[in-house]
Structures are given as structure tokens and as C-alpha cells.
Write a protein that binds this ligand. Structure first.
Ligand code: CAA
Length: 257
């Protein structure tokens, strides 16, 4: 049962997860975390899904972790529960994830968007890590993924002052890959997802693995990892088909295998 999200199939090989807690501006409580991680894990096992879009509402992608749920917790509570560790499951999803962000993406909302592989923003999007204004710090990766995405200067600025940046500043900083008019957000995100899902499934997953490895390894290790994955694509049907199609001047028919 999913109460805080809906799951749709807006296009061939594409899944769309929509956060549906509008009254709380899609604040991320434990239930949302369980439902998103369960849904993405299941979609990840589905061979007919090649890309997953995660979105919120026009007003808010997500306004952060649920402050009302966290407020009464003690150190012992959050330490014992390893609060937020459950979100790591999203990092284990191998299917490309696209965040389609309109409105607020604050705190955990910005961090959820950054757990995705590609961020597409509506011109109404606002990003920030305002945890410091609550007397805490980012806890779902903000200090780490934001720094890797936009560099120390801006990450420090956002995390220390709690200020928000708009979609255009986020694009200039390298946090988002495209900004589109709000009315076109889902169409654009679904279009990008459809494009990715039409590619060879193993190749798309390997691209994701290889790019993510850049954040975890030295350049030499990363280059070797990439090269070995590249070699392994030659074991797939889709490499044979993709290269044959190019030579024969026709579109490829990938089997996603
Ligand atoms: N948690 C719980 N409830 C939230 C929430 C959150 N993060 N953000 C908004 N809401 C709730 C509000 O309490 C309000 O509920 P009620 O109607 O019951 O009072 C409802 O959503 C609508 O919010 P507002 O009335 O505040 O709407 P607004 O338009 O005036 O302001 C806002 C919008 C600027 C986003 C404001 O809601 C806000 O500042 N929210 C909190 C943002 C924040 O601090 N996020 C970080 C959370 S901590 C975190 O995420 C830790 C981490 O690293 C993971």
C-alpha cells in the first residue's frame, strides 16, 4: 500500500513516482522513505523499466525531512534508529533516476533530488539546505552531494546561511541539468526518461555506475573501471545491434540485454 506516493507508467519503459503529501509540502517522513525505497527497488527489478522519474507537486518537490516527526526525537532515538540511513537504498537503485523539481526542494527535498542521477528543474524551483536555521545540519547527504555538485564555495554558502537559490542559479552552479517552464516540467522529464529508457538497458546502467564511480575513486581507478565496463558491453546483444545498425544506416532495435 502506498499512501504518500503514486506510481504511474506515463510512457513506454518509464515509471513516474509522485509524492502526495501536499498538506505537508511533501515533507519526507519515515513512511515516505519506506514507500519510495520499496517502489524504486521493485521498479529496479522490472526489466520493462528503463528510467524512473521522481516528482512532487507544483508547490513543492519536498520541503525537507518531516520536522514534526523529528522534533521530539532524542540523540539516543536517532542514533539507535540510524535516522535517514534507510535512504541509502535509493543509491543502490541501478535504473537511472530523474528528479523533476518544481517549487521547494529544501533540506531533505534537495537531498532526495541529489540522490537522483539527473535533475530537471521547473523555473519555479527553489533549492536550499536550511537545516542550520533549525539548529541542525543536513543529514541525507546535503553537505557531501551538494559540495560535489556545486563546489565548496556555494555549498558552504547554502549550508551555513540556509539561503535558497532559484532554478537558474542552480543551473549555473551545475546542480540541475535543465530548466524548463513549470507547465512543461513533466513532459520534459518524461521525454528525457523515454530517451534514456530507449537505450540499451545494460549500457545505461553501466553509464550510471561509471559516472557515479567518479565520486568514489581516484582518476586512475575510475578510468580502469570505465574501460572494463566498456569492454564488457561487447558481451551484450545491444553492442552488436547498435554498431550493426550504425553501419547499416538504420535505427537500432535494442533487446536491453
Ligand atoms: N516538515 C514538516 N512539515 C512541513 C515541512 C517540513 N519540512 N515544511 C512544511 N511543512 C508543513 C508546514 O508545517 C505547514 O503545515 P500546517 O499547515 O499544518 O502548519 C504546511 O507544510 C505548509 O507550510 P507553510 O505554511 O510553512 O508554507 P509557506 O508557504 O508559508 O512556507 C516553506 C513554505 C518556506 C517551505 C516553509 O514551509 C518551510 O520553511 N519549511 C521547512 C523547510 C525546512 O527547514 N526544511 C529542512 C527540514 S530538516 C531536514 O530536511 C534535515 C535533513 O537534512 C534531511
Amino acid at each position: 500500500m502506498t499512501d504518500t506516493i503514486t506510481i504511474d507508467r506515463p510512457a513506454d519503459r518509464v515509471a513516474l513516482i509522485t509524492l502526495t503529501r501536499p498538506k505537508a509540502l511533501n515533507a519526507l517522513n519515515l513512511q515516505v522513505m519506506r514507500e519510495i525505497t520499496a517502489a524504486t527497488a521493485e521498479l529496479d527489478r522490472d526489466p520493462d523499466i528503463g528510467a524512473i522519474v521522481i516528482t512532487g507537486s507544483e508547490r513543492a518537490f519536498a520541503a525537507g525531512a518531516d520536522i514534526k516527526e523529528m522534533a521530539p526525537q532524542t540523540f539516543s532515538d536517532v542514533y539507535a534508529a540510524d535516522w535517514f540511513a534507510g535512504w541509502d537504498a535509493l543509491s543502490r537503485v541501478r535504473t537511472p533516476l530523474i528528479a523533476a523539481v518544481a517549487g521547494y526542494a529544501l533540506g531533505g527535498g534537495c537531498e532526495l533530488a541529489m540522490m537522483c542521477d539527473l535533475l530537471i528543474a521547473a523555473d519555479t524551483a527553489k533549492f536550499g539546505q536550511p537545516e542550520i536555521t533549525l539548529g541542525v545540519i543536513p543529514g541525507m547527504g546535503g553537505s557531501q552531494r551538494l559540495t560535489r555538485a556545486i563546489g565548496k564555495a556555494k555549498a558552504m554558502d547554502l549550508c551555513l546561511t540556509g539561503r535558497t537559490i532559484d532554478a537558474h542559479e542552480a543551473e549555473r552552479a551545475g546542480l540541475v541539468s535543465r530548466v524548463v517552464p513549470a507547465a512543461a516540467l513533466l513532459e520534459e522529464a518524461t521525454g528525457v526518461a523515454t530517451k534514456i529508457a530507449s537505450m540499451s538497458r545494460p549500457a545505461a546502467r553501466m553509464v550510471k555506475e561509471a559516472v557515479n564511480r567518479a565520486f568514489e575513486s581516484s582518476l586512475t581507478e575510475g578510468l580502469l573501471f570505465e574501460r572494463r565496463l566498456f569492454h564488457s558491453t561487447f558481451a551484450t546483444h545491444d553492442q552488436k545491434e547498435g554498431m550493426a545498425a550504425f553501419t547499416e544506416k538504420r535505427p537500432p532495435t535494442f533487446r536491453h540485454a
